[in-house]
Structure formats: structure tokens, C-alpha cells
Design a protein around this ligand. Sequence first.
Ligand SMILES: Nc1ncnc2c1ncn2[C@@H]1O[C@H](COP(=O)(O)OP(=O)(O)OP(=O)(O)O)[C@@H](O)[C@H]1O
Ligand SMILES: O=C(O)c1ccc[n+]([C@@H]2O[C@H](COP(=O)([O-])O)[C@@H](O)[C@H]2O)c1
Length: 198
Amino acid sequence: MTRYSWPKARPGQSVGLLGGSFDPAHSGHMAVTLAALARFGLDHVWWLVTPGNPLKSQDAAAIFRRTERARRVAAHPFVTVTGIEADLGTRYTADTLAALQRNYPRQRFVWLMGSDNLAEFHRWDRWQDIIATVPIGVLARPGSRTRGLLSPAGRLLRRHRCAPGELSLRNAPAFAFASLPLNDESSTRIRAAGQWKR
Ligand SMILES: Nc1ncnc2c1ncn2[C@@H]1O[C@H](COP(=O)(O)OP(=O)(O)OP(=O)(O)O)[C@@H](O)[C@H]1O
Ligand SMILES: O=C(O)c1ccc[n+]([C@@H]2O[C@H](COP(=O)([O-])O)[C@@H](O)[C@H]2O)c1
């Protein structure tokens, strides 16, 4: 079984977690990562390359290919690409967060996602537990900003809204939304253009 090295972070540092299929990674992932670092006051962002999104029926490309491509796209000193969900054997974000908090008890984690994922977040396993566990930072994605904010999870999170710059200092539940120059790149488009084979 593949073993992935686990990222290092100094105690007390804030780490944004961007979970994704990264099938393949692209400029949109990097745009939200750089915006999250700047707007949410994070020290690092870790990309968690999922073994497989529990809500997606089609198999993604092999995790080693997705991870290798993600490393090339994410060449930045404050961004680390990890396959630790494969090591942990977790697919559900609630389980991943519990394991990360056990393994990094002195880290401040923030869950990051695009507004398209916020719109679907109420379908995730134990989504309300996730909201109670880590602050959540959402980044605008074309076409889903309003849908995300009006979704069941968006409505719940809005009660805990804070300024983006305070997010990493807050205890859960906490929520911040960041607008950024919209980037309409997607893995779906890249696959449809035949530029990435599964
Ligand atoms: N262009 C973008 N703008 C904002 N958020 C994005 C963008 N691309 C990806 N994200 C966010 O990054 C995370 C991982 O995305 P993912 O790896 O599924 O890429 P994707 O382009 O959405 O893939 P697919 O088209 O296969 O659904 C998600 O939270 C998603 O919302
Ligand atoms: O835990 C869940 O039920 C769950 C359901 C859907 C998606 N996720 C996670 O959401 C992240 C984004 O997935 P994706 O495929 O949209 O890039 C990734 O880390 C998935 O594991 C998690």
C-alpha cells in the first residue's frame, strides 16, 4: 500500500484543508488556495487528494496520478499536497477531520471549499458535526455563489459568519465567505477537452 508522508506544521499554526478529487488539479484549485491563504489568514494549505468522493459514482483516475499532477500545479512554499486519506483509509470528511485532530492536536484546522460544494454540503455524511468541528471557509465559484449561501448548510453557517480575516482564530462553528476574481476552470472541462484521461 502506498504510504504518503504526513505534512509538518508548527503548533498553533493555522492550516486550511482543501479536500478534492483533483481529477485533474488545475488553476482554479490554485486560485482558491491563494485566496484562502491571503483572505483567511492561514499559514498553510494542505490539499487532501481523496481516494474517492463518496458522492461521485464514477471512479477517478488512480490516486498516484492525481497526486503527482496536483504537486506540479501546487508548487508553492505554503501549499502541501497529501494523500493522507488513502493512508488513513478515510473517505468521509468527518472521519478525516477526527483523525487529523487526533494526530495534530495543536493545529488550528479550517475546512475550505468552493461555493458549489457548499450548495451540496447538506448531503455529506455528518455535515452538522463537521460544522461543529472546524471553522469553514468558502470561496466563490462561478454560478454557485447564491445557491451555496441559500442552501441548507449555507443558511445554518450564516448564523456563525465572521470576517474572513478572523476565521482561523475562531472556534467552530464559524464561517466566512470570500469573493475572488472568478475562475471558471474545472476538472470536468479538462476531461471533456480530452486533456486528462482517467
Ligand atoms: N474554479 C474554481 N473556483 C472555486 N472553487 C473551485 C474551483 N475549482 C475547484 N474548486 C473547489 O476545489 C475543491 C476541489 O474541487 P474538485 O477537485 O472537485 O475540482 P472540480 O473542478 O470541481 O472537479 P469536477 O469538475 O470533476 O467536479 C472543491 O471544494 C471545489 O469547489
Ligand atoms: O464526507 C462526505 O460525505 C463527503 C461527500 C462529498 C465530498 N466530500 C469531500 O469533499 C471534497 C471535495 O470533493 P470533490 O470531489 O468535489 O473534489 C473531498 O475531500 C471529498 O472527500 C465528502
